[in-house]
Design a binder for this molecule. Sequence first.
Ligand code: PPS
Length: 571
Amino acid sequence: MSMPNLAPIPELYVSHESALKLKDEAGNLPSWDLTPRQICDLELLMNGGFNPLKGFLTEEDYDGVVENMRLADGSLWPMPITLDVSEEFAEGLEPGQDIALRDQEGVLLAIMSVTDNWVPNKAKEAEKVFGADDLAHPAVNYLHNHAGKVYLGGPVTGIQQPVHYDFRARRDTPNELRAYFRKLGWRKVVAFQTRNPLHRAHQELTFRAAKDAQANLLIHPVVGMTKPGDVDHFTRVRCYEAVLDKYPQSTTTMSLLPLAMRMAGPREAVWHGLIRKNFGCSHIIIGRDHAGPGKNSAGEDFYGAYDAQDLFRENAEEMGIEMVDFKHMVYVQERAQYEPADEIADKDEVTILNISGTELRRRLAEGLEIPEWFSFPEVVKELRRTKPPRAQQGFTVFFTGFSGSGKSTIANALMVKLMEMGGRPTTLLDGDVVRKHLSSELGFSKEHRDLNIQRIGYVASEITKNGGIAICAPIAPYAATRRTVREMIEQYGAFVEVHVATTIEECERRDRKGLYKLAREGKIKEFTGISDPYDVPENPELRVETENVDVDNCAHQVLLKLEALGLIGLQ
Ligand code: PPS
């Protein structure tokens, strides 16, 4: 196989003068505000990362890519790079119409000449490209639930790169990396693709891969879009910076790749290879289950563990970049070093140590020790900074129940108890208070109640994100809305749903505010439990009964639950 060609690669940008002129003219064009994923795609189209593509795929190219990974001219390209838009936007567009592509602040990034405009068969795309039309696959979910109905295709004229404010010195275009490799005389470069923090095993395997290939090493992490739930790229890059110091000097460099991953396993591996070739690399490390999306809805793997390596191998000759097998490295305690698992001859006599991803997350969540043989202290420190143990993270306690069930009283008592313990700022979002300050214009229709709960959820999610405790106490009668709020909050911390299970009869008997009487008389319409529905929570974290139990005891039950969930430390 030939050495990589480090000559400049074609980009889609026009000169500064032409860009100024185009910017001027673009005011009159139909304008599309790109989604975050489209911005990632456009950046790599414009800077040559997706060479040989010259724009978003036309219908003919798309059909070929979906069917057999080939563009209409026969070249290998495994991933549909399409501009999905809404039907309304696509409607008025004639073939040959130019459109302005803008970022989310309205900055003009490119002009696209729309040659094709079609409604794709998404189920087929899912089957062919991702292997199954199954919403458990993140890219299939994106395809059906986020991507627009219509695809536009056509060549792109680049005006300017998307703006990045973070880690600017670590971002390179293919030509910048090629020039860097040329300058340093790096003729062979092994790329390591990653979306996870690097620990000692990764450092060992990448170093070994480069040594075996007698090549230099490029750590090339994805900072565009990765799998939902991954460690955010800010934290990861700080971790990578720390690991970079562990390689022998001048063997290794790092550059950030603004790619929007699709988690498409085998096809994604081929795609990653083509991209790395464009970035001037001669080799890429491909492992077991490369870019795997996790389990499908039947609980099985989407792809075979070695499918990605197999598909890569079949196409490697044509791609012009070689695959390096990812070696599964394990720690051998007796020899205090990492070794490839399949090269340990005395397997049965030595102690092999390993910590899985799940175990690592558990230890981080509980603030337990992470041994030095597993990771570097600097990396662990960064991870702990981003994800402190649960007892220091923010969380939300969400009370739900009928009016007069005792939600506010218990919530107040809980707040006082939490403030007595101290440590985290605590905010009470009581139903009445929220209706005064956040939702004063809303009534009690389903639509208005949902809006009210979503607002509470939003504020609680911000409090949780920033490490505080949010206590919410609305009626929140609809299960679906409670679920939405749960999802909003669980991105950042725990959501503890507490059903205050006082019966409607008891609430009416107490009738503290006299509202039940008015509701019975028809003077208040749509009154929860009387003339409006209440979905009883099916699986709340806690259900408290209030009849014959005093408030202090109810609040104490919540505290015990929080303790059991690891959210507060023992006092
Ligand atoms: S919701 O459904 O979650 O948006 O309701 P919420 O914001 O918690 O507001 C409930 C308080 O408003 C008073 N109120 C009513 N409740 C239920 N149905 C109707 N139609 C209604 N009209 C006014 C009532 O006092 C509730 O206060 P709490 O604190 O729950 O007793």
